[in-house]
Design a protein around this ligand. Sequence first.
Ligand code: SF4
Length: 373
Amino acid sequence: MRPLPDRSAAATVARTFHTLIVQPTTLCNLDCAYCYLPDRTRQRLMSVPVAAACAASVAVQDSDHPVDVVWHGGEPTATPLEHFRALLAPFEPLRAAGRVRHGIQTNATLLNERWCELLSAFQFQVGVSVDGPPWANRHRVDRAGHDTHARTIRGVRQLRQAGIPFTAICVVTPDTIDRVDDLVAFFTMLGCTSVGFNIEEQEGSQRAVVDEQAAYRFWQRLVQLRTAGNALSVRDLDRLVGYLHATRTDPRPLAAPFDPIPTVGFNGQTVLLSPELLGITAADYQDFIAGNVLTASLPQMIADADRLRYVREFTTALHACASNCGFFDFCRGAQAGNRYFEHGTFTVAETHYCRTTRQALVRAAAAELTEGR
Ligand code: SF4
C-alpha cells in the first residue's frame, strides 16, 4: 500500500527558495483600478549592488534547484533598458550554470524591438498582464484614464514578431466572470502559450469581490470547454491535472513545504511569503520586513524567519489547513497576502480567495468529471 503523504511536513515554510521576486522599479506607467502597489507613481530604481546581493544569495543557498527570478514592478519595462541590463549582469554566471531562469511580468505597453532583443538574449519567460478584449480590459487604464488595450496588443505583436513565447495573466472581475467563452476566444486568438485566471482579490484596493457561485460557474465552464476539446492551456486547470497526475504516480510531491518566495524591493528591503506585502505599512507586523539583502543574505533571513510574527502566524494557519481542509493537498495553503488583506491577520486558514480560486475550481472539476458516473 502506498504511504500517505506527511501533511505536517508539508505545512511548514521551506528553508530554500525556488522563486525570487525582484522589483527593478517602483514605477508603473498604468493606473489599473484594482492595483494595490502603493508607490507606483514614483520611479525608484533598484541599484546594481542590490541586484548583485540577490544573485549572491542565490549562489550561497544550499540547493541545486534552479531559481526563477521574476522581475516584477511597478512595471519592470519602465526601468531604463540599459539599467535593466546592468541589473541582469550579476546573475549571468548563475544563468550560465543553469541555476537561474529569468521571468518578467509586464503590461507589454512599453515593449519594443530593443526590449524584445534583451528578453530573447537572456531567455526570459514572459508573462503579459491583460484582462481580455477591450470591454474586459477597461480597468487597465493609464494615468490619464485612457484605455491601454491597443498598446498591450501592440506589445504582444512585438513579442510574436520576435518569436518570444509568452503566457498571460487575466484578472477576472465581477463584470467579466460570466463571459468565459469570450475570454477563452480572446486568449486563443492572442497566441499565449497559457493563461492564468486570477479571480479578483481583495488586496490593498477596496473593490467588490467575486461571488463564490459565480467563481464556481466560471471554473465549471472552463472545465466543460477543456473536456469538449478546447486547446487553450489554462494554468489553473493544468495545475489541477498536474496534481492529479502526481498523486497517481508518486506521493512525494505532496510533502513539499511552502516556498518562502522572498521578494526584494528596489532598495533591498525584503518580505517573505507573498509579494503583495512589499511596500505595505503595518506597524503590528513591522511592515513585514525580513531584512535587507544589502546586509543579510536571503538564506539567512529565511533561517531567521520564525522570529517574524507574520511568518509564525502563517505557519500556524498552514498547519490548520493541513489538519482540517480537504483541499490542502492540491491547494498547499494558498496565499499569505490574501489572509492579511481579507482579515488583517495571517492566522485565518480559510479565505474568500481560497474559496473562489482553489475550492471552487476543485469542486467544479470534480462535479463535471464525475457527472453521470
Ligand atoms: S483551500 Fe483554503 S483552507 Fe483549504 S488548504 Fe487552501 S487555503 Fe487552506
